[in-house]
Design a protein around this ligand. Sequence first.
Ligand SMILES: NC(=O)c1ccc[n+]([C@@H]2O[C@H](COP(=O)([O-])OP(=O)(O)OC[C@H]3O[C@@H](n4cnc5c(N)ncnc54)[C@H](OP(=O)(O)O)[C@@H]3O)[C@@H](O)[C@H]2O)c1
Length: 297
Amino acid sequence: MYKKILLTGVNGQVGHALQAVFLKDHALSATVVGLDRNQLDLTDAGAIRSAVQTIQPDLIINPAAYTAVDKAESEPDLTYAVNAIAPQVLAEEAAKTGARLIHFSTEYVYAGTKTGVYVEDDVTQPLSVYGKSKLAGEEAIRSVGLQHLIFRTSWVYGAYGKNFMKTILRLAAERDELRIVADQLGAPTSSLSIAHAVLAVIAGWQNQTGTYHMVNAGQTSWHGFAKAIVEEYIRLKLVPPLKVNLQNIHAITTQEYPTPAVRPANSCLDCNRLARDFSVTLPDWREALATELLQLT
Ligand SMILES: NC(=O)c1ccc[n+]([C@@H]2O[C@H](COP(=O)([O-])OP(=O)(O)OC[C@H]3O[C@@H](n4cnc5c(N)ncnc54)[C@H](OP(=O)(O)O)[C@@H]3O)[C@@H](O)[C@H]2O)c1
């Protein structure tokens, strides 16, 4: 098993969940060195190299990323530095020290025009700077040729961090009505579900290498997700009470909610490869939503 795990981005949703799950897992004998942006700035290649050489991990997990999808359109250099160059440097240093690498990517590498769910070998055609930078990060890791796992996930949210669930709860407490896009489909994926899945993957990781989809089961629209958030919040009798009524959460089109970055209409990912190679499946998105809501303090 692993002796030392280097974990980046511990103040992010997935990084935070991974650190929490690792700390609670007594079967994991590894020392986890979790670094936030202040401790390791991924735009500084020299700092990445010296961190890996000093820490000498046998596993590197990199959930850190530039994730501000709309802002990325006007900050391509910074986006590429974090999402493409840093993963390459991490991969190069991992290869030098003999460490394995786990990296995260996104369904934004696809155009979202497919009918039906995407499989890992489908053609990639990112529509945004963010999606292009994440694809470049994947390609950089593959080009280094070390043993790695890249997990493409989607619509990440959780009790910790900034995300759609938290935004909807804030707006639902302030407003009588909400208008939410209903013509983009995907799988809301809880950061805790990802962390538990990664823990299970690590335990069973032998010779597998490559790219895997990792999302909660099922699918919905952003509108369906928003309604489910409010519905579950009420069902779980959480406080403070919300102002909005379910019937006042209205469906709108993408055209009615223009954003700087173009998003895929179909974000649905097939996870059979993960199930086949690791016997790992993530719970249904609605079940995961209830779990995350119960973590709110
Ligand atoms: N969020 C989603 O909906 C979504 C969907 C699909 C795929 N993904 C992918 O899943 C992974 C995890 O995403 P997430 O939701 O956990 O993201 P997140 O909550 O936005 O966290 C990203 C973390 O990266 C850190 N970071 C940004 N720039 C950095 C830099 N220069 N140096 C070091 N750290 C830096 C951030 O630091 P600060 O805390 O200091 O800002 C933050 O802690 C990422 O690879 C992302 O691309 C996310």
